[in-house]
Write a protein that binds this ligand. Structure first.
Ligand code: 5AD
Ligand code: SF4
Length: 430
């Protein structure tokens, strides 16, 4: 979602006459789009800002002004800290208000050295104010839903991105058509709780994600569809049926369980048990036996015992994820879990994370090895590090490296997989 937001921020700046540069010292304006989900991500902002101040001062000595701005969830949660720890920041705006950047930058220009901070939960939808976007490659992100009403006890998202909002069906369809007509073959629909999508159609009737996916699948030229991130309790049968009925829907699903222990899931305020989750996966495999699963895991949530942790490992052994993200529990300000008295020692968290990641990598590696010799359709999105090399993605989101002319960028090409490691594949065009 932050990548999508950054692209939209760049769209706004383009309408104001700015151009993107890869050189920080050449930039008249430097914006950090920030993440508050774990402490490490949030703290990074302050060290990045320190480096930006050096650039600002260096440029000032050459008679050039630099505007420094901060966007994203850290602003929503820590605006006072930013003003205190980085008073040289010219403006700061949360994830729901960056559409106001034109006015914000006007204010910055008028009131030199007084920073403008906007952390309102606005009455308007930013999507109504953003300029039109175009495909930036073969695969585009499309935000269809934002915010979350689930209030998992460890998570800041409901406080930073606010309550759930679903964009209307027609708005999503026209953005999708624009992205496809300007070169995208794949759309990745985004939302913090994307499968609780309930956007209004043209008659004001609320429609679910399955309805939207069916509508999107009718668009000519759309080859691949994905949606990220889903909440297990909201995986309804309509949506599961899409995995059987829509050939464009990729056979890969990111469905976070967080923990395999029912008592920890309860303490996390998740509205599902381990059994509910496994039942959903069983239905998904029935709908499409080729589906590959992915998940997020948190280890060391307050009160997690060795037995609870073992339950998480058991789920991994049962589901055999083809890919996953795993994190040590990180105390977040203002969340209920941060106040729980039974916090887990850092050392234990680290040990559990190592064990979990070793197991997850084993399954990921096994899956990648199973692709050796197979032919897979790969959407090439980027140039590789080596000359003549392109990097793309399989239906399962695996990275594939291939020696290929750059005319194949943003195209789907059949590739025979010749090498597999835990993290990526290599192959040859057939
Ligand atoms: N500590 C560790 N991981 C967290 N996540 C969210 N909040 C925290 C936290 N406080 C993880 C969850 C979520 C992913 C985006 O980040 O696993 O699914
Ligand atoms: Fe955070 Fe996801 Fe839980 Fe919402 S469902 S509170 S975004 S972890």
């Amino acid at each position: 979602m932050n990548v999508y937001d950054s692209q939209r921020i760049a769209n706004i700046l383009e309408t104001l006459g700015y151009q993107e540069t890869s050189s920080q010292t050449a930039a008249d304006i430097i914006i950090f789009n920030t993440c508050h989900i774990r402490e490490k991500a949030a703290e990074k902002v302050f060290s990045d800002l320190g480096r930006a101040l050096l650039i600002k001062n260096e440029r000032l000595a050459q008679g050039k002004e630099t505007i420094i701005g901060v966007c994203g969830c850290v602003v929503q949660a820590e605006d006072e800290q930013i003003a205190k720890r980085a008073p040289f920041v010219d403006f700061a705006t949360g994830p729901l208000t960056y559409h106001r950047l034109p006015e914000i930058l006007e204010k910055v220009a008028r009131k030199k050295h007084i920073s403008v901070i906007d952390t309102e939960f606005p009455g308007e939808s930013k999507f109504d104010y953003l300029p039109e976007n175009h495909a930036q490659g073969g695969c585009s992100y499309l935000a269809i839903q934002e915010g979350c009403n689930n209030f998992c006890t460890y998570c800041v998202v409901p406080y930073t991105r606010g309550v759930e909002y679903s964009r209307p069906i027609n708005e999503v369809l026209s953005e999708a058509k624009r992205l496809i007509s300007t070169g995208s073959l794949e759309l990745n629909l985004l939302g913090q709780n994307v499968n609780s999508y309930h956007g209004e159609d043209e008659n004001g009737k609320e429609r679910n994600l399955a309805y939207l996916l069916n509508k999107l699948a009718e668009i000519d030229g759309l080859k691949r569809l994905r949606y990220t991130t889903s909440y297990p309790a909201d995986m309804n049968d309509d949506l599961i049926a899409c995995h059987k009925n829509l050939p464009q829907l990729m056979p890969y699903l990111h469905l976070p369980i967080q923990s395999g222990s029912n008592s920890i899931l309860k303490a996390m305020n998740r509205r599902h048990t381990k059994e509910d989750y496994l039942r959903v996966i069983e239905k998904l495999y029935k709908a499409n036996p080729k589906i590959g699963m992915s998940s997020d895991f948190i280890v060391g949530f307050p009160g997690e015992t060795d037995a609870d942790f073992q339950e998480t490992l058991n789920v991994v052994n049962q589901v055999k994820y083809i890919q996953a993200f795993s994190f040590k529990y990180s105390k977040r300000p203002g969340t209920p879990a941060a106040l729980m008295s039974n916090q887990i020692e850092e050392k234990v968290k680290k040990e559990r994370l190592d064990i979990l990641q070793t197991l997850l990598f084993e399954y990921q590696d096994k899956f990648n090895q199973s692709c050796l010799g197979k032919t897979m359709p790969v959407l090439f999105e980027n140039k590789g590090r080596h000359a003549g090399q392109l990097i793309g993605r399989t239906p399962y989101m695996q990275n594939v490296h291939a020696l290929l002319d750059k005319k194949y960028l943003n195209q789907i090409i059949n590739v025979k997989i010749t090498e597999a490691t835990t993290n990526s594949l290599s192959g040859e065009k057939i």
